[in-house]
Every structure is written in C-alpha cells, then in structure tokens.
Design a protein. Structure first.
Length: 503
C-alpha cells in the first residue's frame, strides 16, 4: 500500500536517522538490468565502453570547488547523423559549460580523425577490441585537450590537491622511512613513482593558483600532461595490487592504531588526485575506438535542463514531528518524543529550497515531451554522473524504472542521504518512492531495536583500449624524476623532506 506521507519529510527523516553513521559503501544498480538499446553501436562490449565516456564527460564538466554535480544523457539520431548531449546540474547548468563541452568534443573529433588516418584501413572490423592507442599520434592535440580540461576544472583540481597531496606525501615519506629506498619494488615502487609524478605536476600547476594572471608555457603544460599521465598509469598498477586490496594492506601496516583515528585512505587519495587524467584517458580511448567513431562524426548539439527546485515546509514543531513519526510507524512509541526534539533542533522551522538532483532532473526531462525533433529518439539508458547518486535519488530511479517504459541507470549510489532534496516530479512514482523510503526507515528502526515488530521489509568499468605513454615518454618522465630527486641530495627522501617538511 502506497504511503501518503510526503517523501520530502521522509528523506529529511532518513538524513536525521542516519546522521553520523551514513553507509558510504557503494550500492550498484543491478548491472544485469542495463539495456543496451539506443547505444552507439549494437555490439555489447563497445556499448559498455560508452559508460565511462559519459561519466568522463560529466566529470570534466565540474569546475566549482564544491556542491556541483553534473549528469549527462545521450541520444543518437543515426539517419540525420546528429548526436545530442543533455546536461543537468543540481543548481542549474553553469554558464560556459556548453562551450567547454563543445570545444572538447571538437578536439576529440580531430583526434579521432588522426587515429583513423594512422590506422589507414588496417583494422579488422570484426574485432571487438579497439586497437591499442598509438602514443605518438595527436601529441599536440592531446596536450591541448588536457590543458583545456585542466584549466576549466582548475578550482576543483586545486581543491583535490589541497585536500590530499600533503597527506599522501607524508604517507610516502613514512614508506621511505620504513623501507630502504633502493629496495622499493613492485607495488611500493609504483606507489612511490606515482606520487613523485603527481607531486611534480602539482609543483608546476600550483603557479596558476598562486597568481591567476600567470600562464603556463607550452612546455610546462607538456610537462604537467606527461607527469599526470605517468601518475595515472602507475596508480592503475597500485590500485589493482593484490586483487585491489594492496592499498588497504599498506595503510593498515602504517596505521598508528590510535583510538578515534582511521588508517590513511590511500586508495581514495590516489583516485581523487588522478581522477582528471583518468577520465581524460577514457576520452582519448573514445577518440581511438573504431567502433565508436561514427558518434564523433555526427553533428553535436547540447541541451541544458532548466534548474528545478521546490520550496518545502517540514513539520515545524515538536507536536508536528511527533504526529509524523506516529504516522510513519503506524503507532505511538516512547522513542518518538526524543527523536521529535532532535528533529526540531536539526531542521528548525523555516522553509527549505530543495533542488532536484541532476540525474533525476535529467531523467524527468528525457521522459517528458519537449516539443522538438528529439522527442521520438530514445535516450541511451545510461546516465553519466560526476558523482555517485545519493540514496534518495537511487530509490527515486528504482521507483521510476518500475513505473516507466524507459529505464535509466547511473554507475551506482554512495548510500548517503542528503538534505535538502527535491522530488523530481509528481505521479505514481512519488508514492512508490515514499513507500520505499518508509520501508528503509522502518528497517532502520528494527535494526536499532526501536520497533517491536515489523515484517516488511540494486560495473561498468570497461575502459576498452588502454592509453599508454611510449617507452621513451616514460623514460623521459622517470629521468625528470631522478634529476629532481638528485637535486635534493639523498635519493627519494630528500625530495619529500623539502616538499613536505612538516610530515
Ligand atoms: Zn541525489
């Protein structure tokens, strides 16, 4: 039976209920439910490859330091040879984003042509796998794409650097303290190499933050590009080590064990600091893929989803919250009074402006008729997002997929509840969603042993062909690192001592 309780109130309630103990483990929507209809090509494997491309496009669309999330949908009109990207943001699409994406797309088209010329027809169309990316093709173009993306996302990238690089440097300093530098090998050597490359790139780009009028020279951008790509390549080895647990094992070894502290989130630090080159590599893979090439020949148009938000009044008084909790639980319990007091403290009595989160806003936009030629073109069922979805969005998408003919998926949810959160639209989906959120609330109360009885109680990461630096490029990067190290005396340690003196 569908609940009549306002889903906004229920989402606020879940935010309150799980405060301080939000589950951050990723929840993936069931990948077996992914449909590939409407994909760029019919081939299963290459359709899967479009997933990281949409996520990469969403990721490079983020420019603000915080509170910006971007979702991107894709439609393809094959006989008119047109492709449409539809972009949504939680707080409305930023000025300049459409121009940024258009420029990146144009350069990817040019890069795709260079790869095609290089293949010179020597590629068998029946092969599922794209040919390896030749590292010497489109060199200047790749640096230009890298620079444009880096500059657009500079504030966000500086924020990642400020948040993670010092602690990561400290961690590697600890590694050098515990091991003989010359004995580093395998996983630990890759980690060391990755952090040196990252650190050298950061040294150069930090000039941009220190003085906004500064321009990096072409050779400085080339240096930042090579070191960032090197770091990305080394980090890939580190993250895959010991079936993906190498980082956790090392962080645990270095953990002081102090109560109230956690082991250093090494994996997260490396992922965050290499997220930009990682996604840029996906885009280079897109340009290199013969299967996906038609998409880059098509004419591109970009639509922006208008900003949408609701003004919501939550229960304002102790009594209002008590009645709401009683209705939610179906009867009165003693704990409700304490919870009502805390809910009033947490939410106050004002009105809330609740933005519709971008992935839900985008889905709603794609489901509705806009009165243009795209109304009859089925959108690709995968939505690219710059961030994992929150729990409320996950539940709304599950409800929407149950009720609608068209299904949509994102790469998953981080399992956290956000407030304010706005319901994307009306209709039966809202009631189904409210019931699902209520079920989660009751399950939480059961788990907390606050209810006596309650009986009721979803990886697309295939990168395709890999972007690799050539042996010469890698040797040059390593040589630059060695020269930098030697300038600091003792190999390895002296450099980290200078860069991170307080560690
Ligand atoms: Zn959300």
């Amino acid at each position: 039976m569908a609940t009549k309780l306002d889903p906004h109130h229920l989402v606020a309630l879940m935010k309150y209920a799980l405060k301080g103990k939000q589950d951050s483990s990723p929840h993936r929507l069931d990948p077996s439910l992914h449909t590939f209809k409407g994909g760029i090509v019919n081939n299963h494997e290459t359709s899967v490859r479009t997933f990281p491309i949409l996520d990469a496009l969403a990721h490079i669309s983020v420019s603000l330091e915080e509170s910006q999330v971007v979702a991107i949908g894709l439609q393809l009109h094959s006989w008119r040879e047109e492709i449409r990207l539809t972009v949504a943001e939680n707080k409305g699409v930023m000025n300049g984003l459409v121009n940024h994406l258009t420029k990146v797309w144009r350069n990817l088209q040019a890069l795709s042509s260079k790869y095609e010329k290089h293949r010179d027809g020597k590629w068998d169309k029946s092969q599922l796998r794209s040919p390896d990316m030749p590292s010497d093709v489109g060199h200047l173009l790749k640096i230009e794409i890298f620079r444009d993306i880096y500059q657009y996302s500079l504030k966000k990238q500086m924020k990642r650097i400020d948040k993670w690089s010092e602690d990561l440097g400290r961690f590697v300093k600890e590694l050098l303290r515990r091991r003989e530098f010359l004995q580093l090998q395998g996983f630990e050597l890759s980690l060391y190499n990755a952090v040196v490359a990252l650190s050298m790139a950061v040294e150069v780009v930090s000039k941009l933050r220190d003085n906004p009028n500064v321009q990096l020279t072409r050779s400085e951008w080339e240096f930042v590009y090579f070191q960032s790509m090197q770091a990305n390549q080394d980090v890939k080895i580190v993250l895959a080590d010991r079936n993906g647990f190498g980082c956790e094992v090392l962080a645990q070894e270095f953990f002081s064990g102090h109560p109230g502290e956690d082991p250093f989130p090494l994996r997260r630090a490396l992922e965050k600091l290499t997220s930009l080159p990682h996604h840029i590599t996906s885009l280079f893979g897109f340009a290199n893929s013969p299967h996906l090439q038609p998409a880059l020949r098509y004419r591109l148009c970009i639509s922006a989803v208008p900003k949408k938000a609701h003004t919501v009044e939550l229960p304002a008084s102790l009594e209002d919250w008590k009645s709401f909790l009683e209705a939610a639980c179906g009867k009165r319990y003693d704990f409700q009074k304490t919870h009502a007091v805390e809910l009033v403290e947490m939410f106050g009595s004002g009105k809330w402006v609740c933005p519709v989160h971008c992935e839900c806003g985008l889905i709603q936009y794609l489901q509705a008729r806009q009165g243009n030629q795209w109304d009859n073109i089925p959108p690709f069922s995968y939505i690219g997002v710059s961030k994992l979805s929150c729990s409320a969005c996950r539940i709304w998408m599950e409800a929407s997929n149950k009720q609608s003919r068209r299904k949509f998926y994102t790469r998953g949810s981080h399992g956290k509840w956000y407030w304010p959160w706005g319901v994307p639209g009306g209709g039966g989906v809202v009631n189904v969603m409210a019931q699902k959120v209520l079920d989660e609330y009751l399950a939480y109360l059961m788990d907390q042993k606050l209810l006596r009885s309650y009986s009721e109680s979803t990886d697309a990461s295939s990168d395709g062909a890999q972007h690799h630096l050539s042996d010469d490029q890698q040797n040059n990067n390593r040589a630059a690192a060695v020269a930098r190290m030697q300038a600091h005396g003792a190999p390895g340690f002296g450099y980290f001592d200078t860069r991170y003196p307080d560690a």
